[in-house]
Design a protein. Structure first.
Length: 232
């Protein structure tokens, strides 16, 4: 008989026989409102650690804000942060990335759909399929997951572009990956740290400097692509 697991004396994780049962749990009133709980390749992965304010929280805000400005400015689609569940049965995947971009083109082509809650046709709770862009910010508890296990799963799900950002290290690590036939391929850096983002249709780079308080301040810089620039 399957047995539920009590995690850190504060969370009871039911025994889920497959992605379908996990999805039903995520939609139920018993699913916790905090922490990150993912289904990855037949395994439930739980991270209840608090989010670091300056290597995760403010960084996520900066990335989401600048990405949102570009996507909404061109009326290309939607940008989601936090508690946004991306599901792909073909990749055996159900996760909550830090930032997700879904364009109108992908929705119109049926490569991703918004899934409503049970019995609530206008209350959407999941994105099923392959979003255009996923951003993962590395934390102490997610290094191997974000850098090793999630990329092939996102590739199998059809995610077109993946950003992996690690602000815990010096210098800051900001990597943009484009979807190749078999796996992701890291975008070749242009001059001065710029890289191409096909989803945004722009060149991007991430800068950081210390504030007078000694805390990091991030700046996702975005510019129009040009073949006239050195290295562009």
């Amino acid at each position: 008989m399957a047995t539920a697991i009590v995690f850190q004396d504060s969370l009871t994780v039911p025994a889920c026989n497959g992605l379908g049962e996990f999805r039903r749990w995520t939609r139920s009133s018993e699913f916790p409102e905090s922490g990150r709980i993912d289904w990855l390749g037949g395994r439930i992965e739980v991270d209840m650690s608090p989010e670091n304010l300056f290597t995760h929280g403010t960084l996520k805000t900066e990335l989401a804000a600048k990405i949102y400005g570009v996507i909404r400015g061109m009326d290309r689609g939607e940008v989601f942060v936090d508690r946004t569940r991306v599901v792909c049965p073909a990749a055996d995947l159900s996760v909550e990335p830090d930032v997700v971009v879904v364009t109108h083109a992908v929705i119109d082509a049926g490569r991703a759909v918004f899934v409503p809650a049970t019995g609530q046709a206008t209350s959407f709770v999941e994105i099923e399929g392959g979003p255009d862009l996923v951003v993962e910010i590395v934390s102490d508890a997610s290094v191997h997951k974000d850098t090793r296990r999630l990329p092939p799963a996102y590739h199998a799900a059809g995610v077109a572009e993946l950003w992996i950002v690690d602000a815990r290290v010096q210098p800051l690590s900001f990597r943009v990956f484009h979807r190749g036939q078999q796996e992701y391929e890291m975008a070749q850096p242009l001059a001065d740290g710029w890289g191409a983002s096909p989803v945004l249709g722009r060149e991007v780079r991430l800068m950081v400097h210390d504030t007078p308080r000694g805390t990091p301040r991030y700046d996702l810089q975005i510019r129009e692509p040009s073949t006239d620039r050195p290295g562009g």
